[in-house]
Design a protein around this ligand. Sequence first.
Ligand code: SF4
Length: 66
Amino acid sequence: MATIELDHAVCIVSGMCASVAPSLFRVADDSSEIIVLQANVPDDLLDEAMNAEVCCPVEAIQVVTG
Ligand code: SF4
């Protein structure tokens, strides 16, 4: 199973990850931070997680596999 690691110190809350992977990320209601909905990524959402990792403009997301 893959795991999402998000560096909140680096994240600029662009919301990109929530757009490409809404099952995994959500922007907090006050837009102050991003919330990881599922840190342990189900296999069927692995592609979404990888897309979010690639799309993040500041490389704050790491999808750790294995
Ligand atoms: S795409 Fe990156 S910078 Fe944007 S909200 Fe997600 S983790 Fe933060």
